[in-house]
Structure formats: structure tokens, C-alpha cells
Design a binder for this molecule. Structure first.
Ligand code: ARG
Length: 466
């Protein structure tokens, strides 16, 4: 096996070091991008007078051929034993076109090459993540629309707090994912800049039209500083940060549903298609899909942390430490994509136990705040109203009853301001309807929020892709 750098060396590399140093086992995933970048580079150095038009055409045709050949037989790429994807492409090129192939690397370094490849790769992955986030958002809206009238208990501290519409819960996650989508779009903007022409670190010594090169590869602009271009990976770190935040949102959603699906809550049931059983306990139906979504956050945040630590304190410019950027980026974004892909059909098939939801939403004294509000409307200062409602909750607990089951006389004995009309204020419908502010859970507000979210999502799906 010849290397790209053998001239300086007398002795061969130790096989263990070779294995340690080689990145082909994972950077083969950049093959298409490496070929794409090489085709553009051949064009750029031809324009700079390094290649004749005929040489350029032969190189570009050979690059295209070797790409289709490699895509048809990916195992052969791995079996080639080359050091990295760049060495692989160059050696196949030389095998096809002979000495001409050795001209391609004129004025280029693997340093600007790999930074370009990774940006080309990531911008595609960011586009994919964005569209998967949009699909998950669509699934949340689908669930919200199906369950527009379904109340659920709302929790703080995982204790019953105030009732909500299930659609309101869906819209909460819709908003989180909307911001995740914006973060991916933002990360795309800083990723889509072209390092090619930066050379090893100081800028290429050939008169390359970098703006044209960048444009030809679909980048928004060339990078502004060659040192920064080859040494920085914050574009990848940013994608991992956005991925970790998105994964954190998915893990909260998963946890909510795991709790709601437990026998004790019983608010929802997972479709068989997204549950598994136990090898020992025949009755079990476990929310494994959700548990994995919850659990993936660990590896995704781990990828962010790993790359951040790799970058910290690294002297300019390129250092081999940077080869460690790829696996976490590949792995974390792949697993986030998987989570999003599973989430959408899981939500589509979620069974909502509507009767159970309604009963639970009306339990737990979740209308106690409304009792206090009722007293406020009758002139009782809020602090006193809060105290009276709290004492009535205690009275109801003593009777194993709901607040609205207490006889009026008993209520009056705690707070004389209470009248018969209190009962109509304590119903689930009344409690929900009173949260009638923008962003509140009143059914009319939720219906409006749903329409707004639908419109926003279709606008995003039409125009907002990266
Ligand atoms: N495999 C290397 C990487 O992933 C490619 C760049 C090598 N550059 C170098 N100067 N050795 O970072």
C-alpha cells in the first residue's frame, strides 16, 4: 500500500500505527462529497492553468466513474486498505487515468479537502434532520387535531396542577421542535461555507477563483481565513448542540408518554407496533421505543461533549485530533434522525384513552385554583381565597370527595362568600374555558393555536427548507 506522503520516509509504518491512524473505516462515508469536491477542484485548477481542458475532462469523467463503481461495491472501498477516503479516491484515480491522476492534488491539501467534505456531508444531513423535525411536528399536529376535545391532567412536580387539553400538550412540543428546526437552519447557514482553496493552512499558492469554486459546489461563500477554514469545526459542534437540544426535547416528550402510558396513569396506550413484551412476564407491554428515544440523549450529548473537548486548547491549525470530529457527528445525527423517524408513526398510532383522560383531568383537585379565583371575584383577597380553597381541599380529602361534591353548606361554613353558582365554576369545561389568553389552554385558544401552527408548518414546508 502506498501512502500520499511516502517520499519523506524510509521505513514503513507499523501495522498497529496504520490501523490507529487510518480513517477510511469511517470516513468512507464522505466518498461522494470527496469526489464532488475533487470534480470542482479539477475545474478550478484547470481555470488556473494547471490542467488543460482535456486533462480536466478526463479527470472529471474518471472521478464520476470511480464514484459509481464504489457505490456499486462499497465493500471494495473498505477492503482497499487505504489510509483515508482522500487517499482512496486518489489511488483509484491514478489506477484509471495513470500519471494524470497525480496532478489533481496540485494546490490542495487534505486539510482544506476534509473540511470541505465534512461541510458538504453535514449540510445534507442538516437538511434531512430539518425535514424529519417537520414530519414530527406534523405528527404532533395530527394528534392534536384528533384529540382537540380531550382534556388531560396538567402537572407540575408531576402532581396534578390544572387541567389541559391534550392538544395543548402537543402544541407545547410543536413549539420546541419549531425552535429546533430554526437551530438546524441556522447551523446550516454557518456550515454552508467553502474552505477549498485554503490549502494546508496558509491559502493555496495557485490563482484559484475561490468564489466561483464555492458557488459551483453550492456553498454560500468561500471561507474568509485559511487558518480558520482548516482548523475550525464549530460548524459541526453547532450541529451537535442543536441535535442535543432537539434530543433533550424528544426525551422529555418520551418521558411524558412513558408516564402517561403506565398502568397507574393509563391516559394513553402505545400501539403494538411500537411496543415490546417481556421474555419472562407474559402480561408486559413495554414502551421500548419511547425509552430508546429518551435514552438516546446520552449518546447525542456525549458526541457534543466529545467534540467540544477535542477542540478545546487545540493549537492552530490542523492537528490529527480533528480526525475525531467525524464519528460523533455521524453517530449522533444518525441516531437523532432515527428518533425523529420513529416518533412520527408512534404518535400517529398512539391510542388515547379518552374516558380515562377526562376522569383524570377532573381529579386531583385541579380546580382548586378556580375556586380561589371564584372567591376573588366575590371580593375575597387572593391570599384569603387561597387559604379558604386549601381548607376546602382538606375537607374534600376527609370525605374522599371532589371539591364540587361538597355540600354548599359545608363550603359556606369555611367561606361564607360562596354561593350556589360556585358549582358551575368548578366543572372541567369551565376551568378549561377560563384559560382564555393567547397561549392558554381554553378550547377556542387551542383551536386558534392549532390553525396557526398548521399554517406555520405549511409555510415552513414550502419555503423554509435549507
Ligand atoms: N483523515 C484526516 C482527517 O480526517 C484527513 C486530513 C489529513 N490531514 C493531514 N494533514 N494528515 O482529518
Amino acid at each position: 500500500m502506498t501512502t500520499l506522503w511516502g517520499g519523506r520516509f524510509e521505513g514503513a509504518a507499523d501495522p498497529l500505527f496504520r490501523r490507529f491512524n487510518d480513517s477510511l473505516p469511517f470516513d468512507h462515508r464522505l466518498l461522494r462529497q470527496d469526489v464532488e469536491g475533487s470534480i470542482a477542484w479539477a475545474g478550478a485548477i484547470a481555470a488556473a492553468g494547471v490542467l488543460t481542458p482535456d486533462e480536466r475532462d478526463r479527470l472529471q469523467a474518471a472521478l464520476r466513474e470511480l464514484l459509481s463503481e464504489a457505490e456499486a461495491n462499497p465493500a471494495a472501498v473498505l477492503a482497499s486498505g487505504e489510509e483515508d477516503v482522500h487517499s482512496y479516491v486518489e489511488s483509484r484515480l491514478v489506477a484509471r487515468v495513470g500519471p494524470l491522476g497525480k496532478k489533481l492534488h496540485t494546490g490542495r491539501s487534505r486539510n482544506d479537502q476534509v473540511a470541505t467534505d465534512l461541510r458538504l456531508w453535514l449540510r445534507e444531513r442538516l437538511g434531512e434532520l430539518l425535514s424529519l423535525v417537520r414530519s414530527a411536528q406534523a405528527a404532533l399536529l395530527g394528534l392534536a387535531e384528533r384529540e382537540q376535545a380531550t382534556p388531560i391532567p396538567g402537572y407540575t412536580h408531576l402532581q396534578p396542577a390544572q387541567p389541559l387539553l391534550l392538544a395543548h400538550w402537543c402544541l407545547a412540543y410543536f413549539e420546541m421542535l419549531d425552535r429546533d428546526a430554526e437551530r438546524f437552519i441556522d447551523a446550516f447557514g454557518r456550515t454552508n461555507i467553502c474552505p477549498l482553496g485554503s490549502g494546508a493552512l496558509a491559502g493555496t499558492a495557485y490563482p484559484i477563483d475561490r468564489a466561483k469554486l464555492a458557488e459551483g459546489l453550492g456553498f454560500d461563500a468561500p471561507t474568509a481565513n485559511s487558518l480558520d477554514a482548516v482548523a475550525s469545526r464549530d460548524f459541526a459542534l453547532e450541529a451537535l448542540a442543536a441535535s442535543a437540544i432537539c434530543a433533550a426535547h424528544l426525551s422529555r416528550l418520551a418521558e411524558d408518554l412513558i408516564v402517561y402510558a403506565s398502568a397507574e396513569f393509563g391516559l394513553v396506550t402505545m400501539a403494538d407496533a411500537f411496543s415490546s413484551g417481556s421474555s419472562l412476564m407474559p402480561q408486559k407491554k413495554n414502551p421500548d421505543a419511547l425509552e430508546l428515544i429518551r435514552g438516546k440523549f446520552g449518546r447525542i450529548l456525549g458526541a457534543f461533549t466529545g467534540l467540544a473537548v477535542t477542540l478545546k486548547g487545540l493549537p492552530l491549525a490542523y492537528n490529527k485530533d480533528l480526525q475525531e470530529d467525524k464519528e460523533p457527528l455521524f453517530d449522533a445525527t444518525e441516531h437523532l434522525a432515527l428518533c425523529l423517524r420513529v416518533l412520527a408513526p408512534l404518535l400517529d398510532t398512539l391510542i388515547v384513552n379518552r374516558d380515562r383522560c377526562r376522569v383524570a383531568a377532573g381529579a386531583g383537585f385541579a380546580n382548586a385554583t378556580d375556586l380561589a379565583d371564584y372567591l376573588v371575584a366575590r371580593g375575597v383577597p387572593f391570599r384569603d381565597a387561597h387559604d379558604a380553597a386549601g381548607r376546602l381541599v382538606r375537607a374534600a380529602i376527609a370525605r374522599s370527595a371532589r371539591l364540587e361534591d361538597l355540600p354548599l353548606a359545608e363550603m359556606k361554613s369555611v367561606c361564607p362568600a360562596i354561593e350556589q353558582d360556585v358549582f358551575s365554576r368548578l366543572t372541567l369545561e369551565a376551568v378549561l374555558a377560563r384559560r382564555d389568553v393567547p397561549g392558554g389552554t381554553a378550547p377556542a385558544r387551542v383551536a386558534q393555536a392549532l390553525r396557526d401552527a398548521r399554517a406555520r408548518l405549511s409555510r415552513a414546508e414550502e419555503g423554509g427548507s435549507t
